[in-house]
Design a protein around this ligand. Structure first.
Ligand code: ATP
Length: 629
């Protein structure tokens, strides 16, 4: 009896383990805020604004021009409003009857009303312009990120922290939703502030520095709070990344059976909650810090504001400024104060955005640096020979190579079978042959040209791959076969590929035949069985009529009829191409002209089926085990 059985009979089971602590280290785990001074970060504001303007300019020039005109109008309107206000105050606070005073102030009051209307109008037009820019900017940024990830060398995915930095970059995309409106509000508040404070300094030069002192603490506070928020965001990146993945795996209908029939729901929810609590825990530690920052900045700012009002009162009481000017100064102080607060709040938001944009840019730059740059050579058909000379490949962070000094020659018309225990390097070998990965050492050549110097797209236009884990694309049946690269204008070849894997009947039974959307989750969509999906994956590769056909465990989910049909087809079409079959079903290697057995990244045996059966090596041992049931 095992210890698990003992615990079970006594009704005692261990508690579920909490989610793993994710503490990745290395050059990418360093919070950039820890390295850069506060002043330097504030100094970045103009360049961030320039960058936002450039990005906006690229998506909608007219809207950007409209925004700039609105800023100008706002500034001029604010100055006119204050000047007219001063003009109106003189008669209002002067002598005569109320009617006479109002009458005298009327022209100036009309200008005040006009300037206010202009301010409101330009705010409305600004919002319109911003709403023209934001959706397109978000789409452009989002698409750039998706494209960058799709285009990197596949080897980048294995680099430590790549996915975490991608998650951090996603935040940059999210920030583009508010980026333009923050920048626009910041700019318009800045313009209003400059004009109002200009008027104020004309009225009395003492007022401005006092006012600045009143608002500056709030500014410092807002930027410090943004810094704390970013620190927390940074600390949570890895947990959020894993939580996002788990959310998808737990809720996608594809794994619903596994989750339910294995009683995983409670554990997954517990796991999800634990991870969320961990994220929340970090976020909550920030609350007292931000409270302290807010309290201190409010108290200091409040003291200076009281001083400002006191100075204004003193100036008016001692007759140093006329009452009319003092009244205008009250309005100017209010306007400047409101504009300054907006400058600070939106400046902090822009600053906050700049942190996420930097992450996004850093990721995009990194992805660009990792994009393939293999040269301009092309491969012409037919591919007569693929050669591997002492090829070695080691995954980042691994201490030994997955493929170790492998030499092999593949010729057109031949079928090669690759067998070996789990983790022996079979799939990695196929990735090296197709050029998905480039060899660390040694060379892979197609018709004598080194893969490292051939433009990858020309290679991949001649390959067809059925991977072990293949995608079940939420596309129509037709596109699931053609993968969006139709060979002809009609469906003749699509049906041919479906016939080859015995799928005609199943597709004809679908509600819309080739037009049926293969996504059960979508209204009107349909779902295939596991084996049918695998047949479809094989039909894709066959449809491409590739020079190199690679099938990695192509029939693991198929019934014997399907498996038989596929191997018959492989034999029938083998003459025109190089075919590689990776399989654990050793019986299937009978179709191969040549078999290689891999172990720990090396080829340990090779030859024909009969030769290997009688060689008494790993192949014979694995075959005997597969028959010993
Ligand atoms: N993306 C990856 N990142 C890091 N290591 C990897 C990656 N893919 C495979 N490996 C490692 O490389 C080695 C060879 O893996 P590979 O998938 O090539 O084996 P395989 O022979 O195809 O195994 P199987 O029969 O289980 O499919 C294994 O040790 C595996 O852990």
């Amino acid at each position: 009896m095992t210890s698990a059985d003992t615990q079970d009979t006594q009704g005692v089971t261990p508690p579920p383990p909490p989610p793993a602590e994710i503490t990745y280290t290395g050059q990418y785990s360093i919070n950039p805020l820890g390295e850069v001074s506060f002043r330097k970060l504030c100094g970045q504001l103009p360049s961030v604004l320039r960058r936002i303007a450039r990005m906006s300019w690229d998506v909608d020039r007219r809207a950007v021009v409209l925004l700039l005109v609105c800023q100008l109008v706002t500034g001029v309107a604010a100055a006119v409003l204050l000047a007219a206000m001063a003009g109106a105050m003189r008669p209002v606070l002067g002598g005569g009857s109320v009617a006479d005073r109002l009458h005298a102030a009327l022209p100036a009051l009309l200008v005040v009303a006009g300037a206010s209307a202009l301010t409101r109008g330009s705010a409305a037009v600004s919002t319109y312009a911003e709403r023209r820019i934001t959706p397109r900017l978000t789409t452009v940024t989002d698409t750039a990120l998706v494209e960058a990830v799709c285009r990197v060398e596949a080897a980048a995915y294995a680099v430590d922290g790549f996915a975490d930095r991608q998650e951090a970059a996603e935040m940059g995309v999210i920030r583009t939703h508010v980026m333009v409106s923050d920048a626009q509000r910041f700019m318009s508040a800045l313009v209003r502030m400059v004009t109002a404070s200009g008027v104020l300094s004309v009225l009395n030069p003492l007022m401005l520095p006092l006012l600045l002192l009143a608002v500056l603490p709030a500014g410092v506070g807002a930027v410090l709070s943004a810094r704390v928020d970013y620190e927390i965001h940074y600390a949570n990146v890895a947990d959020r990344n894993v939580r996002g993945m788990m959310r998808w795996w737990s809720t996608t209908p594809k794994y619903a059976d596994e989750v339910r029939a294995n009683g995983m729901t409670d554990y997954l929810l517990y796991w999800y909650r634990s991870l969320s609590e961990r994220v929340d825990g970090r976020t909550l530690t920030a609350a007292p810090r931000t409270l302290r920052i807010a309290l201190v900045s409010s108290v200091v700012g409040g003291v200076f504001l009281v001083a400002t009002w006191a100075v204004l009162a003193w100036l008016a009481v001692t007759g140093r400024v006329a009452l009319a000017l003092a009244a205008t100064a009250v309005v100017a102080v209010q306007t400047t104060l409101a504009a300054l607060s907006q400058v600070i709040i939106n400046g902090a938001a822009v600053f906050h955005t700049s942190l996420y944009l930097s992450d996004m840019q850093a990721f995009l730059d990194d992805a660009e640096a990792r994009a393939p740059d293999r040269g301009e050579f092309t491969v012409s058909a037919p591919v007569e020979e693929i050669r591997l000379d002492e090829v070695t490949y080691q995954y980042p962070g691994k201490d030994k190579p997955a493929v170790d000094r492998v030499s092999l020659t593949l010729r057109r018309g031949e079928i090669l079978a690759v067998v070996g225990v789990n983790g022996s390097g079979k799939s990695t070998l196929t990735r090296l042959i197709t050029g998905i990965y480039l060899a660390d050492k040694g060379r892979v050549t197609w018709n004598g040209s080194d893969l490292a110097r051939i433009a990858e797209a020309t290679v991949w236009s001649r390959t067809g791959l059925v991977p072990q884990i293949f995608a079940q694309w939420p596309l129509r049946v037709r596109e699931n076969v053609t993968l969006g690269q139709p060979r002809t204008f009609d469906d003749g070849e699509v049906w041919q590929a479906l016939d080859a894997v015995g799928m005609r009947e199943a597709v004809e039974d679908l509600p819309h035949g080739l037009d049926t959307l293969l996504a059960r989750e979508v209204f009107g969509g349909a779902e295939l069985s596991g084996g049918q999906w695998q047949r479809l994956a094989c039909s894709r590769a066959l449809y491409r009529r590739p020079s190199l056909l690679i099938l990695d465990e192509p029939t693991s989910q198929m019934d014997p009829r399907g498996e038989h049909a596929i191997f018959e087809e492989i034999k029938a079409i083998a003459g025109d191409r190089i075919t590689i079959v990776v399989t654990h079903r050793l019986e299937n290697t009978k179709v191969a002209d040549h078999i290689v057995v891999m172990d720990q990244g090396r080829i340990t045996e090779q030859g024909g089926y009969d030769e290997l059966v009688h060689a008494g090596g790993t192949f014979a041992e694995l075959l005997a085990l597969s028959q010993d049931r």
